[in-house]
Design a protein around this ligand. Structure first.
Ligand SMILES: *Cc1c(COP(=O)(O)O)cnc(C)c1O
Length: 366
């Protein structure tokens, strides 16, 4: 893709786009939530579908001229169903956060209770942080990882659930390097008659490839992003049982969103097709293996890892033991100078702010 047409109209943006392309080509992208899409996904995302309004769902749109939009969305849905074994799929959420909004709006009322993992322990803003709509609309209680092991403590989660009696337990995490036992969380939810939403935003690709156990068929709702480990372009996805299908669909549109980003949905369709290829399974296995070797190598060089290692694509370094005077932000800056791009990150039970945390999270999404 050349930026010739952009350059003719807008040299300043053309320069920035060319600069970003060069930056991506010349640096090592170690941000665990990022990935690089194929040329095929990029082309689909940059397609003429950006011009199309398609409010509604395939076969039931509020606009004419939707036959190709219908084809694309139906393909994305069918492929996601095959990939994840899901009963019902909604591919319209604009992002992972919007997918979570869609689920909350489908079965919760404002003021209802959500139990989720603390942000500094690996949770996500959209799980109920006070700065996010979820924290403002719902009554949120948080669980934490075990301070000794850095791992989820399912027994403590059950106890907190029994005391708080949430309407929904949220699982699935942003900065948690270990395998999640979805059944344990489902049992905690069942015990208090709460819904369970598993947000696999980070590990969508690992779940699709069978490199991480799947919550589909275990949790009531599964949400994900499509631009992280699954590299299908920017966006979100919701999966659920047929019994919640109508509630979820109407919560996404017209509840939370207007017209779907059909060009992004085309990217999802193409990315899911790529993920159905056995080569994707090999890729995902290699991602996990690479992260494991990276984690071991860092430990051999004296770094501490939160939870002592990784089962996923993500490695979280805790600098407090090895480099008490270096913050995650310092590490991020120093590494960027030599072409390695990653993100400073909070670690469990720290006292620094999220803008100057003591950890960093190098990982290798590709
Ligand atoms: C990345 C992430 C999201 C949301 O992603 P956006 O697409 O940036 O809105 C949601 N949940 C978790 C756990 C994530 O890691």
């Amino acid at each position: 893709m050349s930026y010739d047409d952009v350059r003719e109209v807008d040299p300043a943006v053309a320069d920035a786009l060319a600069g970003e392309r060069e930056r991506q080509n010349e640096t090592l992208a170690m941000i665990a939530s990022e990935n690089h899409v194929s040329e095929a996904v990029l082309e689909a995302q940059g397609s003429e579908l950006t011009n199309k309004y398609a409010e509604g769902y395939p076969g039931e749109r509020y606009y004419g001229g939707c036959e190709y939009a219908d084809d694309v969305e139906s393909l994305a849905i069918e492929r996601a169903k095959e990939l994840f074994g899901a009963d019902h799929v909604n591919v319209q959420p604009h992002s992972g956060s919007s997918a979570n909004m869609g689920v909350y709006f489908s079965v919760l009322e404002p003021g209802d209770k959500i139990l989720s993992l603390d942000l500094t322990h690996g949770g996500h803003l959209s799980h109920g942080h006070p700065a996010n709509f979820a924290g403002q609309l719902y009554d949120v209680e948080q669980y934490e990882v075990d301070p000794e092991t850095g791992r989820l403590d399912y027994e403590s989660l059950r106890e907190i659930a029994e005391a708080f009696e949430p309407d929904m337990i949220v699982s699935g995490f942003s900065a948690y390097p270990r395998e999640v036992e979805w059944g344990e969380i489902q049992a905690a939810a069942d015990a208090v008659d709460a819904y369970h939403m598993a947000d696999i935003a980070h590990i969508t690709g690992l779940v699709a490839a069978g490199e991480h156990p799947s919550p589909v068929g275990v949790a009531d709702f599964v949400t994900g992003s499509t631009h992280k480990t699954i590299r299908a372009g920017r966006g979100g996805i919701i999966m659920c049982d047929e019994q919640y299908a109508d509630d979820v669909d109407s919560a996404v549109f017209p509840g939370a969103q207007g017209g779907p980003l059909m060009h992004n949905i085309a990217g999802k369709a193409v990315g899911f097709e790529e993920a159905l290829d056995p080569a994707f399974d090999q890729y995902a296995a290699q991602v996990v293996r690479n992260a494991e070797v990276l984690g071991e190598t860092l430990q051999d060089h004296g770094f501490s890892l939160v939870s002592g290692g990784t089962d996923t694509h993500l490695v979280l370094v805790d600098l407090r033991d090895s480099h008490p005077d270096v913050s995650g932000g310092d590490a991020e800056e120093a590494l960027e100078e030599v072409g390695i791009v990653l993100n400073a990150n909070t670690v469990p039970d720290e006292s620094r702010s999220a803008f100057d945390p003591p950890g960093f999270a190098p990982a290798r999404p590709r």
